[in-house]
Design a protein around this ligand. Structure first.
Ligand code: 26Q
Length: 843
C-alpha cells in the first residue's frame, strides 16, 4: 500500500467537518434506504434480512463515527494520561443492539424500521457473536471497556483479531462436537482497518552487540523473521455521553520483502506458503480456559500482541512528544489481563533500551511504573510457564532480558533473606528441572507496580498461597478489585421488561449508577409491584423456554423452578454435583417420594476445552441423564433437564433474565470470582452457592436469608483433603448411596456400558481435589430449602426483588472506578460535542 500524504501538507478542514447526522426517525429511515439500495445494491425484490441488518448497522455506525473522532480529539487535545488494556481475549458478543442502546436510538430506529416493514429485534439477531474469548476473563474485558467509555476514561483495549473465534458447539449423540467459528465470513462493519498504523514484529534470529555512534553498547536483534501487525479498530460507545473509545485488534500478515526474498530466489510457492506461516499467528483463538502449556503458536500470539501494542503506544508518543520520553511513565499505564500478555514486561525493556537507547535502570524504572497485572486463577496448575528452549528459539532477545531481570531480582531476594537458597529457588523467574521453564506470573509480578486479584477471597488467598513469597517481599504491591459486569448489556439491554419496570419506579439513573437499585427494597411490600415483577419473570421464562424448545426440542413449563448452570465445563465448577442432585430427584420420583414437590426445569450450558476428556464426559452424562429423565412417563412435568448447545454471550442475554436459580457451586477456594453469578443476581435470580469467589460478597450484600449457602469453606476444604474418605461418606449417606448405585447400574448408559466409569472413579477417589462427595449432603439440603422457598411464591418474589436491589456493588462501573482511583489515576475526559468546529491534528 502507498502511504504518500496529500500534497497540501496542512490538515484539510473539509475532511474533518460534516454536518451532524440526524437521529430522528425520518433521517434514520432515509439513511437506511440509502445504504440498502445505493451501497448494498438491493431493492424490494431482495427479501434477505441479512442485507437489512447490514444497512441498519451502517446507519448506526455513522452515528458512532462522528463521536469516535471527537473522543479522539478530546484525548489528544487534553494530553491526558491513558491506560492500555492488554488482553488475549475480548468476548464482545454482538455490537448492534448495544450501540443502539448506548446511543439512545431505540425509539427512533424502531419507528424508522417499522416504516420499511422491519423489526429491530429480528435484524439484531442476525449478527454473529464476536466470540474472541473463552469465558469469564474475556467477557470481563468487554464489560470493562463498556464501563470505561461510560465513565469517559481514556482507556484503549488491545487484542487479537482472530479469524476463528471460540468454536461452535454441537451436541451429537450426547457428545460435544466442535466446529470452527468463521465469524468474519461475511462483512464485519464494526471494524475499521488502519494499515497505515501497521507494526513490525520480530521472531527468531539472534541478538548481537554493537557500539552506536556515541560509543555506547547496544544490543541488536538481527536475522529475524518479521511479521506485520495490522490494526483493526472497533468502536466502544459510552452510555449516551458522546464518548466512543477504541478496541484495537491486530491481524498478522506477511511483510512484503519477506515474500520477495524467496520470490526472487525463484521459490514462488515457498514465498506464498510463508505468507500463510505469518497469517497463522492470528488464525484461531485457543479454546482452553486454563493454560495450555507449551504450544509455540500460543507464545507467538502472546508476543505478537504485546509487541504490536507497545510499539503502537511508543511510536505515537515519540511522534507527538518529539522523542521526549521523560513523561512517558506518568502518562501511560498497561493493564495486563492475566499473564497472557506478560511478555510486555520484557518487550518494553527491549524497546526502551535497544530502540530508544535508554540504559537498564532508566528502562526498568519506566517499565515497573507502567505495568499492572491482574491475576484470574487460584489453580496452581493454571499458572503459565514456557520452556526456556522455546523462548530461546522464538524470542532470544527477550529471554536475555528476562535472565537479566531475574539476576537482579534474585539479588534483592538474597539481600532480604540472606542465605535462604530455597527461597531463591522458589521465587526465581526460571523454574529449574529437566526442561527449565519461564514462570510468567513471576515475571508479571516483578515487572509491575500493582498485582490484583478479582474478588476479596481470591486476593487474600493469592497473598497467603500462590504468591506468598512475593507478598512478603512487596506487600504494598498487592490489592483487590472485585469484578463487576456492565448493567447496560446485562440488564438494560437484555431484560427490556425489567428495565421498564425498574425505571418506572426509581427512574433511569441506575443505568449509570447501579447503587440506585437499592431503592427497590421498600417495594417488596407493594403488592402491585410484586405482581408486575412476577409477570416480567414469567415473560422472560417463556422466552427462555422458547429457546430451549428451539435448540433442544425439550419443553420447559414456565411454572417450574428454572434452575440454571451455565459456564465453562470444568471439574472445579462441579457441574457433576448438580447432576448428582438431578439423579437424586429422579430417584425420589421413581420411589414415589413426591409429596410437596416443586417442579423443576434444570438447564445446563457451556463448552469443554476440546482436549479436556473428563469435562467432555460430563457433558455426555448430562445429556444421557436428560434423555432418561425427559422420556420417563413417571417423571412427567416434575423434572426436566436440558443441555443448551453452543452457550455464548447472545444466549446468556436470554438465559439470565429467565432464571430463577443461579448455580454457583465451585469447590471453595477455586473460583477466582465468577461473573455469571452477578448477571443472574441483577436479573432477580437467587443464588445457590458455596463461599467462593464473589459469591461471598454477593451473600454479604443480599443477606444470608436471601442466599442458599452450602458446602465447606475454603479452609475446611483444605483440611478435608488431608483426610478424605469419599467411600465412607457415600456409605453413610443413603441418598448419595442410591445415587451412586443408579449411576453404577448403568441406568443412564444402557447401550454404552462402562462409559461413565471415569466419572464414578473420580467421585470415589480419596484424592478428588473437588470434594464432590464431601459437599453432596449439604448441597441437597440447600436444594431442599430452595424448593420450599419457591413454593411460597410471595416469598420468592420478595427475595428475587431483594437480589436485584442488592446488586449495585457488582457494576463494572464501580470496578473501573476502583482501578482508576487506586491503579491508573486517569482524568475523566469528556468528548468534544459533535457540533464543535475542530481541525484534525496532524500526526
Ligand atoms: C493460557 C495459556 C494458553 C492457552 C490458554 C490460556 C488461558 C486462556 C483463558 C488461560 C485462562 C483463560 C481464562 C481464564 C478465565 O476466564 N478465568 C476466569 O476469570 C474470570 C474473570 O476474572 C473469573 O470471574 C473466573 O473466576 C475465572 O475462572
Amino acid at each position: 500500500m502507498n502511504y504518500t500524504r496529500f500534497k497540501n501538507n496542512s490538515a484539510c478542514p473539509v475532511l474533518t467537518e460534516l454536518p451532524p447526522l440526524g437521529v430522528d426517525a425520518a433521517a434514520l429511515e432515509a439513511d437506511f434506504r440509502h445504504y440498502y439500495m445505493n451501497s448494498l445494491g438491493r431493492d424490494r425484490s431482495c427479501r434477505l434480512t441479512h442485507y437489512a441488518y447490514e444497512a441498519l448497522s451502517l446507519v448506526v455506525r455513522d452515528r458512532l463515527m462522528e463521536r469516535w473522532k471527537n473522543t479522539r480529539y478530546a484525548y489528544e487535545e487534553s494530553g491526558c494520561k491513558r491506560t492500555h488494556y492488554l488482553s488475549l481475549e475480548f468476548l464482545m458478543g454482538r455490537a448492534l443492539g448495544n450501540a443502539v442502546l448506548n446511543l439512545g436510538l431505540e425509539d427512533e430506529l424502531t419507528q424508522a424500521l417499522s416504516n420499511v416493514c422491519l423489526e429491530m429485534e429480528e435484524l439484531a439477531d442476525i449478527e454473529p457473536d464476536a466470540g474472541l474469548g473463552n469465558g469469564g476473563l474475556g467477557r470481563l474485558a468487554a464489560c470493562f471497556l463498556d464501563s470505561c467509555a461510560t465513565l469517559q476514561l481514556p482507556v484503549q483495549g488491545y487484542g487479537i483479531r482472530y479469524e476463528y473465534g471460540m468454536f461452535r458447539q454441537h451436541i451429537v449423540d450426547g457428545y460435544q462436537v466442535e466446529e470452527p467459528d468463521h465469524w468474519l465470513g461475511t462483512e464485519n462493519c464494526w471494524e475499521i482497518k488502519r494499515p497505515e498504523y501497521s507494526q513490525r514484529i520480530k521472531f527468531g534470529g539472534y541478538s548481537e552487540s554493537s557500539t552506536d555512534v556515541t560509543g555506547k553498547l547496544r544490543m541488536r536483534w538481527v536475522h529475524t523473521r518479521d511479521v506485520l501487525a495490522i490494526p483493526y479498530d472497533v468502536p466502544i460507545p459510552g452510555y449516551r455521553n458522546g464518548t466512543v473509545n477504541t478496541l484495537r485488534l491486530w491481524k498478522a500478515a506477511a511483510t512484503e520483502e519477506f515474500d520477495l526474498e524467496e520470490f526472487n530466489g525463484g521459490d514462488y510457492t515457498g514465498s506464498v506458503a510463508n505468507k500463510n506461516e505469518a497469517e497463522k499467528i492470528t488464525m484461531v483463538l485457543y479454546p482452553n480456559d486454563s493454560s495450555e502449556n507449551g504450544k509455540e503458536l500460543r507464545l507467538q500470539q502472546q508476543y505478537f500482541l504485546a509487541s504490536a501494542s507497545l510499539q503502537d503506544v511508543l511510536n505515537r508518543w515519540i511522534v507527538t512528544e518529539r522523542a521526549d520520553l521523560s513523561q512517558f511513565a506518568e502518562k501511560n499505564c498497561f493493564q495486563l489481563n492475566d499473564t497472557h500478555p506478560s511478555c510486555a514486561v520484557a518487550e518494553l525493556m527491549r524497546l526502551l533500551m535497544d530502540e530508544q537507547g535508554l540504559d537498564w535502570d532508566h528502562a526498568w524504572e519506566m517499565t515497573r511504573a507502567t505495568m499492572a497485572y491482574t491475576n484470574h486463577t487460584l489453580l496452581p496448575e493454571a499458572l503459565e510457564k514456557w520452556p526456556v528452549r522455546m523462548f530461546q528459539r522464538l524470542l532470544p532477545r527477550l529471554l536475555e532480558i528476562i535472565y537479566e531481570i531475574n539476576a537482579r531480582f534474585l539479588q534483592q531476594v538474597a539481600e532480604r533473606w540472606p542465605g535462604d537458597m530455597e527461597r531463591q529457588r522458589r521465587m526465581s523467574l526460571i523454574e529449574e528441572g529437566q526442561e527449565p521453564q519461564v514462570r510468567m506470573a513471576y515475571l508479571a509480578i516483578v515487572g509491575s507496580f500493582s498485582v490484583n486479584g478479582v474478588a476479596e477471597l481470591h486476593s487474600r488467598l493469592l497473598q497467603e498461597g500462590l504468591f506468598r513469597d512475593f507478598y512478603e517481599l512487596w506487600p504494598q504491591r498487592f490489592n483487590n478489585k472485585t469484578n463487576g459486569v456492565t448493567q447496560r448489556r446485562w440488564l438494560a439491554y437484555s431484560n427490556p421488561k425489567l428495565n421498564d419496570l425498574i425505571s418506572a419506579e426509581i427512574g433511569r439513573n441506575w443505568v449509570t449508577d447501579l447503587g440506585q437499585l437499592s431503592r427497590l427494597k421498600p417495594l417488596i411490600d407493594n403488592t402491585t409491584f410484586c405482581q408486575q415483577w412476577q409477570q416480567v419473570k414469567q415473560h422472560n421464562k417463556q422466552r427462555l423456554a422458547d429457546l430451549v424448545k428451539t435448540d433442544c426440542d425439550i419443553v420447559f413449563h414456565p411454572e417450574a423452578l428454572f434452575d440454571v448452570q451455565v459456564k465453562r465445563i470444568h471439574e472445579y465448577k462441579r457441574q457433576l454435583l448438580n447432576v448428582l442432585h438431578i439423579i437424586h430427584l429422579y430417584d425420589r420420583i421413581k420411589r414415589g417420594d413426591t409429596a410437596d414437590w416443586t417442579p423443576r426445569a434444570v438447564l445446563f450450558g457451556g463448552k469443554a476445552a476440546p482436549g479436556y476428556a473428563i469435562a467432555k464426559l460430563i457433558i455426555k452424562l448430562i445429556n444421557n441423564v436428560a434423555t432418561v429423565v425427559n422420556n420417563d412417563p413417571a417423571v412427567g412435568d416434575l423434572l426436566k433437564v436440558a443441555f443448551l448447545p453452543n452457550y455464548r454471550v447472545s444466549a446468556m442475554e436470554i438465559i439470565c433474565p429467565g432464571a430463577d436459580l443461579s448455580e454457583q457451586i465451585s469447590t471453595a477456594g477455586k473460583e477466582a470470582s465468577g461473573t455469571g453469578n452477578m448477571k443472574f443476581m441483577l436479573n432477580g435470580a437467587l443464588t445457590i452457592g458455596t463461599l467462593d469467589g464473589a459469591n461471598i460478597e454477593i451473600r454479604e450484600e443480599v443477606g444470608d436469608e436471601n442466599f442458599f449457602l452450602f458446602g465447606l469453606t475454603a479452609q475446611e476444604a483444605e483440611e478435608q483433603r488431608k483426610n478424605y474418605d469419599p467411600l465412607a461418606i457415600i456409605a453413610a449417606d443413603d441418598d448419595l448411596l442410591r445415587v451412586m448405585r443408579l449411576l453404577q447400574s448403568g441406568h443412564f448408559n444402557q447401550f454404552e456400558p462402562g462409559i461413565f466409569d471415569p466419572i464414578i472413579q473420580a467421585i470415589k477417589n480419596p484424592h478428588d481435589p473437588w470434594l464432590v462427595a464431601a459437599d453432596f449432603g449439604s448441597y441437597l439440603a440447600a436444594q431442599q430449602r430452595v424448593a420450599e422457598a419457591y413454593r411460597d411464591q410471595q416469598r420468592w418474589i420478595r427475595m428475587s426483588i431483594l437480589n436485584t436491589a442488592a446488586g449495585g456493588k457488582f457494576s463494572a462501573d464501580r470496578t473501573m472506578q476502583e482501578y482508576n482511583e487506586q491503579i491508573w489515576h486517569l482524568q475523566q475526559v469528556p468528548a468534544l460535542p459533535i457540533r464543535q468546529d475542530s481541525l484534525e491534528p496532524a500526526d
